[in-house]
Design a binder for this molecule. Structure first.
Ligand SMILES: C[S@@+](CC[C@H](N)C(=O)[O-])C[C@H]1O[C@@H](n2cnc3c(N)ncnc32)[C@H](O)[C@@H]1O
Length: 266
């Protein structure tokens, strides 16, 4: 196992690494208006998502948000997105579905600052905070959303406890992330062990995520080449998940499993 893998498998070091990396990444690419930090989703099995012209550039990333939140009851909903990153998903969902309120929360202060300047949308606010200690009272939200972030957290069961705590009874949790294949069993066990949440939908989406990664490859390669010195480009292209990167190849081989879920608050 390489040093990076060892760090990523240690909960404490993993959180330290991401808490340093994401603000560094945000500061380096801030002027490129990168509104998403996920690996995307693309499929030809249903009609293309109708988008505003200004959202076309982010279609693959938006499609992941649309897939994860499919069927969510938005009308009158108070929504929390944990780990909203650069806020593109929060902005798109708030503009499209106009819930009562939408809070995007992230540990990365540079991302929160970026979002507050970039996404000025009625009903949408951003806040700095930790997924493991959500700064909200019990039973505040109707919907909680979390896209491709929980692999950073040092204590996944604690995160699920927090989601259950801030959701109202009958609220719902819309969620997606990836894990190494040998951690999937423990991941699913955690997802079915939180007593206040019931797992209702799960889908393996490796092929759709890989198709999304291929679509984003030219743009992300240009972004990395522009913002990072040559000695950091290979590792950053891996992080960005371009075609042929380690993450891409591990997903293609099934050594990483990317899944989407819906859980019901009991
Ligand atoms: C891969 S990005 C995904 C961002 C966004 N959901 C998207 O799809 O574009 C992961 C995000 O998780 C955030 N994060 C990592 N650890 C966190 C924690 N303990 N609490 C809140 N956010 C955290 C990072 O700052 C980063 O913005």
């Amino acid at each position: 196992m390489g040093l990076l893998e060892a760090v990523l498998r240690s909960p404490t070091w993993r959180q330290r690494l991401w808490a340093w990396w994401y603000p560094f990444f945000t500061r380096r690419i801030r002027d490129q208006k990168i509104d998403f930090l996920n690996y995307s989703f693309a499929t030809s099995s249903h009609a293309p998502l109708a988008l505003q012209p200004e959202d076309e550039l982010n279609r693959p990333n938006l499609q992941l948000y649309a897939h994860v939140t499919a069927g969510a009851p938005w009308t009158g909903a108070r929504v929390l997105e944990v780990s909203s990153g650069h806020g593109g998903g929060a902005s798109y969902l708030t503009r499209t579905y106009q819930p009562l309120s939408y809070v995007g929360l992230d540990l990365n202060p540079a991302a929160v600052q970026y979002c507050e300047a970039r996404h000025v949308v009625t009903g949408l606010t951003f806040k700095r905070g930790n997924a493991l200690a959500l700064p909200f009272p019990d039973r505040t939200f109707d919907l909680v959303i979390n896209v491709e972030a929980s692999h950073c957290y040092p204590d996944f069961p604690k995160f699920l406890q927090e989601v259950a705590r801030v959701l109202k009874p009958q609220g719902a949790f819309y969620y997606a992330d990836l894990r190494p294949a040998d951690e999937v069993e423990g991941w699913l066990q955690d997802l079915t062990s939180e007593p206040a949440l019931r797992l209702e939908r799960m889908q393996l989406i490796n092929p759709e995520v890989l198709a999304g990664m291929r679509l984003n490859t030219p743009r992300y390669t240009a972004m990395v080449e522009r913002a990072f010195p040559s000695y950091l480009q290979k590792i950053t292209l891996d992080f960005a998940g371009v075609e042929g990167s380690r993450i891409y190849n591990e997903l293609a081989a099934g050594n990483l499993s990317y899944r989407s879920f819906r859980l019901q608050r009991l």
